[in-house]
Design a protein around this ligand. Sequence first.
Ligand SMILES: C[S@@+](CC[C@H](N)C(=O)[O-])C[C@H]1O[C@@H](n2cnc3c(N)ncnc32)[C@H](O)[C@@H]1O
Length: 476
Amino acid sequence: MAKARAKVERGDFQTPLGLARAVTRLLSSQGVEPRSVLEPTCGRGAFLQAAAEVFGAASLRGLEIDEDHAREARRAAPSARVEVADFFRTDWDQIARELAEPILVLGNPPWVTSAGLGAIDGDNAPSKSNDARLRGLDARTGRANFDISEWMLGRLLDALAGREATIAVLVKSSVIRRLVERCAVRGPSAAGAVYRFDARAHFDASVDAALLVVSPPLGRGAGAPAASWPVFDSLESRSPSSALAYVGGAVVPDLERWARTEHLRREGKGAWRSGIKHDCAEVFELEVRGAALARRDGAVVDVEEDVVFPLLKGGDLDAGVLTPRRALIVPHRALTETETLARCPRARGYLEQHAERLGRRRSSIYEGRPQTAIFGVGPYSFAPFKVAVSALSKRLAFQLVGPWRGRPVMLDDTCYFVPFDDEISAARAVSALNGEEAIDFFEARRFVEDKRPITKRLLDSLALERLTSAADESSR
Ligand SMILES: C[S@@+](CC[C@H](N)C(=O)[O-])C[C@H]1O[C@@H](n2cnc3c(N)ncnc32)[C@H](O)[C@@H]1O
């Protein structure tokens, strides 16, 4: 297998010895004294070497798929038994039976997702044919994409259920979240802690990763749902900054803040809307050049004012830029509305001129729709005032967006907003949303490392009216 491809498929990021040592020292300071240490994908053996230094009396065992790495690992930790083996073809129940308690599973499983494997037609997964392997994993997790390490750790947890075992692994924060959920819902029940570290400094990777330490004993069935997992900001931190927990049917990042703000939660439909989705900035988005409008390529566009609106995007909201630099052609007032275009021949002509480009829009939502279809448009899009937030921002910063040059401002699908007819109500909502209680509410229920850290579901779950009416009462 070509080296670069093997590295990707095998999620190969070798742990620097310094980091492996810091982990084993931390475990030892917490009283972990294993009789056996297992490194399930031991690579070049940094963890085996660190374990030999700190837990010298324990028997050490490592498995690794790459022969060269395994050879290095034997050199790094001569007292360890290192085998060349594929995790997915290893009998973990048998290995678990052979391990003397207390057991320590130590390591850094591969950093690769099922989508990453799919992209390179990779093979590093369980069961027979490649497709069936990935489908098998999808079926098991109920998700289209997930980390191979999640599956590996789930397998190890099952093999060690009921045993006196500590599991200490470096993994992505998203994997930790799923394992916390797994322990609560499916078992084996467990409790533990999370220690963040700087993956960029140690691995030169822009991944949000942490050390997960699962403490013994591992249960046999599903766990206590409210068990909390303290989160430390570094391997050296002595007091946690928050605690993960599985509550209310989901893993939350900060149990204390979650409990403090739970009275603000509401069920059911909320007022938040997603901005307009069109998937063709080239045609629909125009630059405002003084009084004129132009396409990105500089061509001036002359269409009826009726279909042109000022536009803000998530990036603008995030940067606090509320003066629109772009305009959006909105050919329909609702998904199935056609009167607007019927009365705007110049806009019709412009869109017909770009019919071929519009026809190439990839998303299946456009299939069977008119060529000019856009989504996320309705009467709410034309409300004069909007309280808006960028969906992609790590920072929670709500903005009041008012009309510009007498026209309601449109938002694109990287934004969420609540429409308002009057400015006073919008101002009241924006001040409540940027207040401490609302921010605490959201921060206790979202994970900043997510691709879309702000979702409609999250926004809708806050009973905004409770906050604004409380503010009204206190100002009386
Ligand atoms: C993220 S690296 C970490 C290596 C080592 N645990 C460390 O901490 O330095 C992941 C390792 O898993 C190995 N690996 C990937 N897929 C494997 C499989 N199916 N079975 C066994 N080892 C595997 C890779 O070769 C690589 O050495």
